[in-house]
Design a protein around this ligand. Structure first.
Ligand code: EPU
Length: 469
């Protein structure tokens, strides 16, 4: 069992901080890529294991810094964890404290979602507010209002959300909750809380993302009664307790989408598995519209063929089953090389277009006005040093670097490593010329050769937004 040090193996953020990716672009990729378990399922399912008065065994857990971090949050609550490869055992029979540590929760937004299970199990929870992050303010008002509707008293003081359930039973009560926004996190927090509440909870305008369904299936495997996950009305009938289970996390649709774009942007053929093609419908449809042929080889396997021409296409990000905001940055990199003008409207988060200016450093022609990016396709990109400002922005820059002529250096790997399971290693295996090298090595090259461009100095952008997605 692992003590509060968390899980081993995922790259530590200090290593990621001091390394960069050096990409020599313009080369085709080839081969098969294995898609890892879904980050946004794994994180919330790990929090969901707090509901269980027994042991849970999770399979297909991706190797990510964010998984390590949420493991640290669980350890700090007294939960025992053991990781062997992609299997993670979580023993939450005893939860020693209801107070989640500030230093950890503020680094990882998803850990706030644990307020639902902690409150449901213990009747009391103390959770620091996660704060904003690189892509927007990201309030948690819907989580809080939903818990209040279920009978919790909630006070926010000194940046901490203190919640408790009055009454001798300390059990939350089922309620009818309408979410103003179909928030993924709020749906998950409230669904988890409701599994152990007295009576029936109905969540209306619930998020329909596959990760919400995955969490519901995990809870059902522990004995929860949840109906309608994947639709906009979820009904949960509370049960007295949940039991041990084994559960396999779904493949990561955003990682799969990122590799589909990697193939498209380098005009390559790739095979991806395992995937759930229905989870990728909006991504596949958009790629086909852009001119990228994609074939379903088997029920869990996709083959993408080399595109003759990349065509411009407009995108509006929307809750599932609309086009996912997490794929917006990678598609911006692709559309930067398409023929014609594309308009990208980011309607989920208010500050998620910061990669546009970094793509412009690589020769893209993108103008941003408010939450809309106007992308004028260019025939080629050329390598340059760039800085990833959030997880998906960093991925977009790697993709652009794969297509750009010459050398691209991507900084900001602490973001990338939070959400992609060894992206650089997987790309290397497909033939990409991509290497993780110490930042010091690049700086030494710059110092010794004045013709080498210096790395972007917007270090503040990099460091001020270290909170995870
Ligand atoms: N919102 C509120 N109040 C709330 C909750 C959300 O106003 O109480 C707003 C947000 O500010 C945002 C919108 O609602 O403008 C949608 O946010 P949502 O709650 O759906 O997002 P989330 O649960 O915080 C998850 C993923 C994100 C993904 C979004 C949307 C996890 C850990 N994170 O965030 O993943 O972009 O859903 O699909 O599940 C990523 O992986 O790169 C990432 C950012």
């Amino acid at each position: 069992m692992i003590p509060s040090g968390g899980l081993p193996n995922a790259k530590s953020s200090s290593t990621a901080d001091s390394s960069v990716l050096q990409i020599s672009g313009g080369h085709r990729l080839q081969g098969h890529v294995k898609i890892s378990g879904a980050k946004n399922s794994a994180l919330v399912i790990m929090a969901g294991a707090l509901l269980c008065s027994g042991e849970c065994r999770l399979r297909n857990v991706p190797l990510l810094a964010d998984v390590t971090r949420i493991g640290q949050v669980l350890s700090a609550l007294g939960v025992r964890l053991k990781q062997t490869g992609d299997i993670l055992e979580i023993d939450a029979r005893v939860i020693k404290t209801s107070k989640a540590p500030y230093e950890l929760v503020t680094q990882l937004r998803a850990s706030f979602f644990a307020i639902g299970p902690i409150l449901a199990r213990l009747g009391v929870a103390q959770m620091p507010l996660p704060g904003g992050c690189a892509i927007g303010a990201r309030p948690v008002d819907l989580h809080v209002r939903g818990l209040q509707a279920m009978g919790a008293e909630v006070q926010i003081e000194h940046g901490v959300c203190n919640a408790y359930v009055p009454g001798s039973s300390r059990r939350l009560k089922g309620a009818k909750i309408y979410l103003d926004i179909a928030s993924v996190g709020a749906t998950e927090t409230l669904m988890m809380a409701a599994t152990l509440a007295d009576g029936e909870t109905i969540i209306e305008n619930a998020a329909r993302e596959p990760e919400v369904v995955d969490l519901a299936n995990f809870c059902i495997a522990m004995g929860a009664k949840i109906y309608g996950a994947g639709t906009s009305t979820i009904t949960i009938v509370g049960v007295p307790q949940l039991h041990s289970t084994e559960y396999t996390i779904i493949p990561d649709r955003i990682e799969a989408g990122t590799f589909l774009v990697a193939a498209a942007i380098t005009r390559s053929e790739l095979i991806l598995s395992p995937v759930v093609p229905e989870h990728l419908t909006p991504i596949i449809a958009k790629l086909q519209d852009i001119g990228v042929p994609i074939i379903e080889e088997a029920p869990n396997c996709l083959r993408t063929l080399s595109a003759e021409t990349l065509r411009a296409s407009d995108i509006e990000t929307l809750p599932h089953p609309g086009f996912p905001t997490d794929m917006q940055a990678p598609f911006m990199a692709l559309l930067a090389l398409a023929e014609g003008d594309s308009v990208i409207n980011e309607s989920v988060f208010e500050n998620r277009l910061r990669h546009a200016s970094e793509l412009n450093r690589l020769g893209a022609d993108i103008r941003v006005k408010g939450n809309v990016a106007f992308v004028r396709g260019v025939p080629m990109l050329s390598g340059a040093p760039v800085l990833g400002t959030d997880l998906r922005a960093s991925a977009a820059l790697v993709l652009a670097g794969l297509a750009a002529e010459g050398k691209t250096i991507v900084q900001g790997l602490q973001h990338l490593d939070r959400g992609y399971d060894r992206l650089d290693t997987k790309l290397q295996q497909l033939g990409a010329r991509i290497q993780r090298i110490p930042l010091a090595q690049v700086n030494a090259e710059v110092a010794s050769n004045p013709t080498v461009e210096e790395l972007p100095t917007s270090g503040a952008t990099n460091r001020e937004n270290v909170q995870s997605q």
